[in-house]
Design a protein around this ligand. Sequence first.
Ligand code: ADP
Ligand code: MG
Length: 236
Amino acid sequence: MERYSVQKVIGEGSFGRALLVRCKSSQEKYVVKEVQLPKRHSELENSRREAILLSRMKHPNIVAFREAFEADDSLCIVMEYCSGGDLLQRIQQQKAEQFCVDDILRWFAEMCAAALHIHDRRVLHRDLKSKNIFLTDNGTIKLGDFGSACILNSDVWSLACVLYELCTLKHPFQASSWRSLIFKVCRGAYPPLPNRLPYELQYLLKQMFKTNPKDRPSLHSILTSHRVSRLLRTHL
Ligand code: ADP
Ligand code: MG
């Protein structure tokens, strides 16, 4: 953070703060979003996701990522400064006067282009709203706040079902009615694997069947960094 001098606070929320800063060497303005890191090690990955996902985006209608670093117990995400503020402020300033159709259509087209870029990278923003859509000084849309974004990994759950079937010859969620089936799926309640199988598989299935897709491992991490990846790599 020594490379930047803080000018003012431009946003405050449950996450921490958004600061307008100036880079001491280039004199360029940026925004630093400070996110409080959780104490629990298991939740760290969730907090880092925002920076990782934003860094993967490169589009004229998405706020440009510059760098991220961790200082003390917070994560700092340095990004492009959108001096036109957010679209909610812009709407509220408008008062009685309506926006012209040209502006409405251009902004909407820019938002769609940004969302398409995100979806093409198999990411969902999940918090699209006027407060998270920023404007540059010349009125161009920049989609921001990737704090709720996640990688589309719904295939991970389905692959877990197939893995379970291979291990047990049965489907993990069996029920006599829709109602109880939904109940079991939502609770992630399935009979455990037989003991003859490596414990890593049991653990992997537990992670892949997590109810919240955000908590499931990505295919990338299953194949490279998950506890089971060593077993899998010998079979690829
Ligand atoms: P939160 O996760 O709390 O919603 P945001 O990333 O949406 O955090 O930032 C909060 C507010 O700070 C935004 O609604 C916007 O007004 C302002 N802000 C954040 N980033 C920028 C930016 N790059 N340029 C201009 N304003 C920003
Ligand atoms: Mg926000």
